[in-house]
Ligand binder design. Structure first.
Ligand SMILES: NC(=O)c1ccc[n+]([C@@H]2O[C@H](COP(=O)([O-])OP(=O)(O)OC[C@H]3O[C@@H](n4cnc5c(N)ncnc54)[C@H](O)[C@@H]3O)[C@@H](O)[C@H]2O)c1
Length: 256
């Protein structure tokens, strides 16, 4: 379906689990080379084994990387670049959630952690990758935002604000690098059952009630595979005229 992706190299942050892993699978099926960079080394190892078996060991590289740590990011991207001789597509997918706290009750440590991973981590990986993309005079960036990055009330304050920042970064990068044949777009999923949706250990009662008011209007939850199809399209030449777009992947929830 996407013959132009054959032999391309995709670098996926947070690729050991959930949506990132499904994106890796989709690119594997398109015969791309896959780099999965993730903080969870145990999950990386399991995913590496599964991918090596399905797509062949030469198609997959896994790299332990905490996207918030500059040295990790430098090391992982340099390593992947040397290994495959280039990187064509970056999927900024690593992300964490808050505990749905509304504005009057956000703990500082939650705010800092969510911003560190979702915003600073995305910036660090993008900054390093843009060095390479500019040398190549080509590259594609796909950022994993969220429907909370396009709407106001559907998450906690920290997560909502962090995903608005991801949307802003996407548009800023799209505008600033279009002349160098570098595109940046984002996907804004609603609910997709993965580990992250279970990660709020004790969801804040007030915030949870407020954020789920419109849940009965959500037609259904999505699947990681449905998000992966969009990431595959955005990385391919079929999306060559899309730049700075943020695509809601929510079955029409936010269209109402
Ligand atoms: N699942 C949903 O409902 C949903 C909805 C909208 C947006 N998203 C976004 O999709 C992305 C993927 O989430 P998911 O649902 O697959 O969750 P997940 O928890 O299954 O996967 C997230 C991955 O990111 C990794 N990660 C976390 N912090 C990291 C760091 N500092 N450095 C490197 N890797 C790190 C985790 O180890 C994990 O493998 C996130 O950005 C999330 O905000 C998810």
């Amino acid at each position: 379906m996407y013959p132009d992706l054959e032999g391309k190299v995709v670098f996926i942050t947070g690729g050991a689990n959930g949506i990132g892993k499904a994106i890796g699978e989709a690119y594997g099926q398109a015969k791309a080379n896959i780099v999965l960079a993730d903080i969870n080394e145990q999950a990386l190892q399991k995913t590496q084994e599964a991918f090596a078996q399905t797509y062949g060991p030469s198609m997959i590289q896994t790299l332990p990387m905490n996207s918030t740590v500059e040295n990790d990011v430098q090391h992982a991207i340099t390593n992947a670049y040397k290994h495959f001789g280039g990187i064509d597509i970056l999927i900024n997918n690593a992300g964490v959630m808050d505990n749905m706290e509304a504005a009057d009750r956000v703990p500082d440590d939650t705010w800092e952690h969510v911003f560190n991973v979702n915003v600073t981590g995305t910036m660090r990986v993008t900054r390093k990758m843009l060095e390479l993309f500019q040398q190549q005079q080509q590259g594609v960036i796909v950022n994993m935002a969220s429907i909370t990055g396009l709407t106001g009330g559907r998450g906690g304050l920290a997560y909502t604000a962090s995903k608005h920042a991801v949307v802003g970064m996407t548009k800023n990068i799209a505008a600033h690098y279009a002349d160098q044949h570098i595109r940046a777009n984002a996907i804004a999923p609603s609910q997709v059952p993965t580990a992250i949706t279970q990660s709020g250990k004790t969801p804040d009662t007030y915030g949870m009630k407020a954020a789920t008011k419109g849940l009965n209007l959500m037609p259904r939850a999505g699947t990681s595979e449905e998000i992966a199809h969009i990431a595959l399209f955005l990385g391919s030449e079929h999306a060559s005229f899309l730049n700075g777009a943020v695509i809601p992947a929510d079955g029409g929830w936010s269209a109402y």
